[in-house]
Design a protein around this ligand. Structure first.
Ligand SMILES: [Mg+2]
Length: 198
């Protein structure tokens, strides 16, 4: 195996504060208040006490262009990526966002001056059509080489650590606070703390 110098960087709740924005939409549209710290499962229906139809509606509303473009950037992300880019690492955004958000995601990255070399949409959670021309499967992802992955999804972090034998920096979030992490996964609370990981 060749030593890769490419870093895998997830977008939602790694580069931007997506869950917090989803909770604002939830309150506005459904009149339900769920605190960020109470999002203790990746299953939004369970975490928010809403039906699958309501989850689908929430995703639809939260994927509106103005919501996505309005997402707050997580502090320290841009600076860390710049530092890694300066040191010669290649940066690949690896997102599970639906292909329909391709353009608006690029726009958000540009507005926030986040450097990246590649942008890959992966069907991380089995939500897309199998024949979607833009997205790749998790199997196809596993054929790619990365030196580090940064994720907030415990399921994806474990997949990358185990199946892809790649070290993972897990961005600490209420929904991933599991004690028994795969040995290749390290938890980080803030971007700044990742200095020195590479
Ligand atoms: Mg994410």
């Amino acid at each position: 195996m060749t030593a890769s110098n490419t870093i895998y960087i997830d977008m939602d709740d790694v580069l931007c504060e997506t869950a917090r924005a989803f909770m604002v939409v939830l309150e506005r549209e459904f009149g339900k208040h769920v605190a960020y710290e109470d999002l203790t499962t990746f299953d939004l229906g369970k975490a928010c006490g809403i039906t699958q139809d309501e989850v689908d509606r929430l995703f639809e509303l939260a994927h509106a262009e103005e919501v996505i473009l309005g997402l707050t950037a997580k502090i320290g992300g841009k600076d860390m990526l710049r530092q890694w880019a300066d040191r010669g690492y290649a940066l690949a955004i690896v997102t599970g966002r639906p292909p329909g958000l391709y353009d608006v995601s690029h726009e958000w990255l540009a507005r926030h001056q986040i450097p990246y070399d590649d942008f890959i949409i992966v069907d991380k959670f089995g939500r897309f059509r199998a024949d979607d021309p833009i997205a790749i499967s998790k199997d196809a992802l596993a054929a790619l080489d990365f030196c580090l992955a940064i994720e907030d999804s415990l399921e994806m972090a474990t997949y990358v650590a185990d199946r892809m034998a790649t070290p993972v920096a897990l961005m600490d979030c209420p929904w991933n606070r599991e004690d028994n992490l795969h040995p290749r996964i390290t938890r980080y609370s803030r971007w700044e703390d990742m200095e020195g990981v590479l």
